[in-house]
Write a protein that binds this ligand. Structure first.
Ligand code: AKB
Length: 318
């Protein structure tokens, strides 16, 4: 059975991708790694774990050797708004981690998944039905790291034959671990406010469309792409994928169907709004659908039912 290393296992994606991978490949075959160590709770108890600072290539190499790793999921990143406040940190983590993972993968023959993002696009990119192959001139350091990661990953595939694969994730909506410092975080925070009975102050302006996806679809996409038949992959780094595109009023009105008293007011945050305005309204993900069968299950309505149900239980209100 394939042995997998998840770097950034405690983050928004890692805290759910690690258990999902353990379900598929067996608990002992998936190593949860994070720079914050020791890991706590379910992640630490349900399988092997170790300390990996992704900006330190030796840490990654040591883990790969120790656990005989075949595939790495590199989830280390500083999200868009946070990286803008500290561009050097954004660059060092965003690019340092991917380059270190590529070098270790080349040396030890691992395959490598590194997420890219809608942040890899910028104001000059067509915003509607953003094509798979198009202008990528992001104006954020986060976007610059994502484009760099895509280019380096394709370079390592072509030059050294490293099996690199990636998706451009839209905003991810989840109910386990909160995202931190992203532009799309509002679409998670709004559910917490609604379930807690609080008024939501929306940092993104009315009418601002962005691509989004519910976490179960994102986890399946990452696993499916890594399992895809390589002979079918025309693209590799990185595939547009999306499940829904909405603006704040749409998610607010969907939540109000279940929580009629819920209230929201707009107070846009200049940094986040500027970033959101530079990102696609809706991507064309037909290449992912055609080349490896990407097919998300959740839309805004079904995600909202599930989010409210899970958060009510989590927050002790069910
Ligand atoms: C962010 O908002 O920075 C992330 C992303 C879309 O990559 N959620």
């Amino acid at each position: 059975m394939k042995k997998i290393l998840v770097i950034g296992a405690c983050g928004q994606i890692g805290s759910e991708l690690t258990p999902a991978l353990r379900n598929v490949y067996g608990t002992d075959n998936v190593v949860a790694a994070d720079c914050v160590y020791p890991l706590k709770g379910e992640l630490a108890e349900s399988g092997p774990s170790c300390k990996v600072d992704a900006t330190n290539a030796q840490d990654i190499a040591d883990a790969v050797k120790k656990y005989n790793i075949d595939a790495i999921y590199n989830l280390a990143a500083i999200l868009s708004a946070k990286a803008e406040a500290n561009p050097m940190l954004g660059w060092n983590v965003g690019v340092g981690a991917v380059l270190n993972c590529l070098e270790v993968s080349r040396e030890f023959g691992c395959s490598l998944f590194t997420p890219s993002s809608i942040g890899a696009f910028g104001p000059d990119t067509p915003h509607d039905m953003t094509p798979q192959d198009t202008i990528q001139r992001p104006k954020t350091i986060y976007g610059v790291t994502k484009v760099t990661g895509e280019l380096l990953s394709d370079y390592y595939f072509k030059r050294f034959g490293v099996d690199t694969r990636s998706v451009r994730f839209p905003g991810l909506i989840s109910n386990v671990t909160l995202p931190g410092g992203g532009t799309t975080d509002y679409a998670v925070e709004i559910y917490y406010a609604a379930v807690k009975g609080e008024k939501f102050v929306c940092p993104i302006a009315k009418g601002t469309f962005m691509d989004m996806m519910y976490m179960p679809d994102a986890l399946k996409a990452a696993i499916d792409l890594m399992e895809a038949d390589p002979s079918k992959l025309v693209h590799r780094n990185s595939f547009n994928i999306t499940a829904m595109s909405f603006e704040p009023d749409m998610i607010y009105n969907e939540i109000k169907k279940h929580i009629p008293d819920f209230q929201m007011e707009y107070k846009f945050d200049e940094l986040r709004q500027g970033i959101a305005d530079s990102w696609p309204n809706k991507m064309d993900d037909s290449c992912a659908r055609k080349e490896w069968g990407f097919s998300p299950k959740y839309d805004l309505a079904s995600m909202t039912v599930d989010m409210i149900d899970v958060l009510r239980k989590k927050l002790g209100q069910a």
